[in-house]
Every structure is written in structure tokens, then in C-alpha cells.
Design a protein around this ligand. Sequence first.
Ligand code: 2M8
Length: 406
Amino acid sequence: MILRDAVRVLIDNWDGGHTVPSRRLYPHQWSWDSAFIAIGNAHLSPRRARTELLSLFGAQWSDGRVPHIVFNPAVPEGAYFPGPEFWQARSPSGAATSGIVQPPVHALAAWRVHQAEPDLAFLRRIYPKLVAQQEFLRTARRSPEGLISIVHPWESGMDNSPAWDRPLSAVETDATGYRRRDLTHVSAEERPTDRDYDRYTALATAYRDSGYREPGAFHVEDPLFNAAYGAAELALADIAAACGLDPEPHRAEAAAITAAMVEHLYDDGIFQSRDLRTGYLIRSSSAAGLVPLILPGLPREIAHALIGTGLDHFGLKDGVLPSFAPTAPEFDPVRYWRGPSWINLTWLVWQGLKDRRSDLAASLADNMINAVVRSGFREYFDPVTLRGHGSRDFSWSAALILDVVA
Ligand code: 2M8
């Protein structure tokens, strides 16, 4: 039954060359959503999964960046804020796009799609594009410590995380001339506040006005983003080997980023973000700090400590993974990335637990399934009651459940 419903969500959200995250709230193509959707579609239609990834990379910029949104010209202007008229950006292929990025989980997706249905022509086509995506991050976003930075909370994928409250408080806003569209579809207490939107808009405006080059008031290194970058190198190693190319440089890069994360972002049982404006760690209880479990090269004692933190503060054994620890004062079970459970975040930690603690991985899988059985393919879930929030018929929730039950 849930499988049939998951398939229906993916079919209903397919737009001919890509899948929208949800019909009303997010009517365009989003970068990391497409990667998660491809992982699910690999079980359903590998051909569609390949098309999903290739259509996203069709809008890659000449500097290698993969924009976080590719706008569908058929969608009426004003359906989503900020839309193409705000970003004023085009890819060499002519697609209207945003100018920021999202966590690079695409190489992992491409490798999964190939594993589901081997297709060397696809791998050879996408490999240089995936390498260019990483190359952009290495050249435009690498700090002297060897870590990759983000310049906007939207780049983290966990936009409204309490981890961003402090760096965002330094952002000056003038809050003019824009209208939010999200509140037409979802209730205000489930979404970021107007004050946060003022800051998101101010930051994106400043980055746009620098020609999408200069980091503005928000400049941080995030553990989820860096872990995704490292996992991408490992997937690229597999892809390179399958294509008859040398996998070693990718393995070395994955080892280097893992070591840099351990040295600079790990603190007392969890990985933290670091604010490049101050040089200090941003100590918070974000579940992003557990995602480095997806890196197989993580030292064993650190993986062990992360699992301990997951058990003590995130209820890892008994439930779905909250995006922010319920034991922390900022925890909010219904507001966007400030506590609710998300299937994609839970899926990432599930990946990281499969080879380390199969018992915990199995219980996370059961609980992801319980959440969608109880509430449908919602965008996010109250981690305690499993009540659904955000949009309905949400694509990555459906796609990743297909992968979990496969
Ligand atoms: C959410 O982000 C967008 C901005 O990119 C928004 O709130 O309007 C986040 O959950 C992000 O991670 C996700 O990719 C996007 C589409 O599902 O929605």
C-alpha cells in the first residue's frame, strides 16, 4: 500500500524531465531533491532517474556550480519566491536558475542509479559534470583548513536550523519589496519567520549583486555539506573505476576532507558548524552533526561517540531522527528544520549506520516507514507524535521510502 502510494507521488510530481519536490509549494526543480528522487526512482524507473540527474546537470554553470533551483518556464511568474526575476541568472544552456548550491549528494545518486541498472554511457556522460561540481566547491569555497563553505542557509538544505540563528543575527536587512509565497500553502507556525525571510532575502541579494562570487555576512562550514562532499568523492571513485579511470585521487580527497572535518569541526560527541567570520564553532544540537557517519573513513572512536550522542540526545533507538535534539531549548517539533523529522536527513544517518550498527539502522528504517504509514508522504513529521507537517505528497519522502523498503 505505501509502495503504491509512493509510486503515485513520484508519478504525479514528474514534470516531463524532472520531478518537483511538491506540486504547490515547490513547483520547480531543486538540486538535492532531484538526487534523492533519483535514488528512489532507481528502483522504479532507472531511465527516469537518469533523466532527472541529467536535466539538473543540463543547467550547470560554466564554473561547475549546480544551481539549487532550475526554474520551469511554464510555471507562472510569482508562483514561488524568490523566483527567476529575483535571481536574474541563466545557465549556459539558457535555463533560468538560482545562483547558490545545495549539498552535493548527486554523485552518490548517480552511482546508485548505475547499480540499479548498469549504464556506462550514462556514467561517462555524468562523471565530468560531477567532477566539475566538486571542482567548483574546491576552488570557490575551500578554506585554508581544507573545508568547504556555504554562503546562505538555503545552501545547507536545513535552512531554518537553530544552528544558523547566531550567524544570521549579524545580517542587516532592509526588508523591502518582496512577498512570500510559501504561506499561501503551509501554515505560518510550520515555516521560517518573516524576520528570517528578511535575512535570507538580504543575503541572497548581496550574493547576487556580487555576481555570485563574494560570500556576504553568512559564511560557514557545515558538517552535512562537507560530509556530502566527502561521500561524493567516494562515489566518484566508484564511478571512475567503472569507467576505467583512476579512482585514487577521489579516495585521497575523501580522506583529506574527513581528516579536516575531524580536526576542525568535531567537538565532544558531535560535529559542529564553524563560522568563518569569527573562526569559532557554532555549538548547537543540529542532527547535521551526525551525518558524517556516512563517511566510512571516520575514526572508529568518533563514529562510536556520534552514535552515543544519537542515542542520548536524538532518541536514535526509539524513533525517527529529529532534525534538532529534543533535549535542546531551541527544539520545536513542528517548525521546519528546527526539530521535525525529515526523511532525507534520517535516510543519510541510516546509510551511515547500516555498516556500523545494523540494529539501529533497522529501527530507523522501521520508524521512517511508521511515519509515512501514520501520516502519508509529508514533508516533515513531529518526531514524537509522527503527525505530518509541511507540504503533502512530498517527492523525496516517497522516493527514499522506496529505497528503504527495497
Ligand atoms: C526547502 O528550501 C526552500 C528553499 O530552497 C524553501 O524553503 O523555499 C528546504 O527544505 C530544502 O532543503 C529543499 O531542497 C527545498 C525543496 O524541497 O525546500
